[in-house]
Write a protein that binds this ligand. Structure first.
Ligand SMILES: [Zn+2]
Length: 159
């Protein structure tokens, strides 16, 4: 059996924070604000995975009032999510992510971002896509106040 899942996330940009997208650190004067490292595309992917197996959402699994996830590496949350799906009989087949940001440019770093995600998902890099898109200066993302991301995944039963 196969199932599909989708996820979306958005975080505000703030000075003095590290900018981490799909586990890749960007040299930027501002980073995303959040309880964990606020890696929005990884949060979108976690939500897509959880959604595919109807196992809830990122906020329920990793609550932002839980000190365990303070400053957490979101790639670790992703690895835990993949493990939870496996316990429930599901494994990822492929993932497709879009990162919405006026800056930085995503495409030069996409190979590293894809490799990070592929490793956590237990997939070949050819099964993981990361695309960048601006919002044509529209809305909070277009004004450079936030970075958003959406993810789609396919999973298949593994037992
Ligand atoms: Zn988030």
């Amino acid at each position: 059996m196969i199932r599909v899942g989708t996820g979306f996330d958005i975080h505000r940009l703030a000075p003095g924070r590290r900018l981490v997208l799909c586990g890749a650190r960007f040299d930027s004067p501002r980073g995303l604000l959040g309880h964990s490292d606020a890696d929005a595309p990884v949060h979108a992917l976690v939500d897509a995975l959880l959604g595919s197996a109807a196992l809830g959402d990122v906020g329920t699994l990793f609550p932002d009032d839980d000190p365990r996830w303070e400053g957490a590496d979101s790639m670790e949350l992703l690895r835990r999510t993949v493990a939870l799906l496996r316990e429930n009989g599901w494994r990822p087949v492929n993932a497709d992510l879009t990162v919405f940001a006026e800056e930085p440019k995503i495409s030069p770093r996409a190979p590293e971002m894809r490799a990070n995600l592929a490793s956590a998902l237990g997939l070949g890099v050819g099964a993981v896509s990361v695309k960048g898109k601006t919002m044509e200066k529209l809305g909070p993302v277009g004004a450079g106040e936030a970075i958003a991301a959406q993810a789609a995944v396919l999973v298949e039963s593994c037992n």
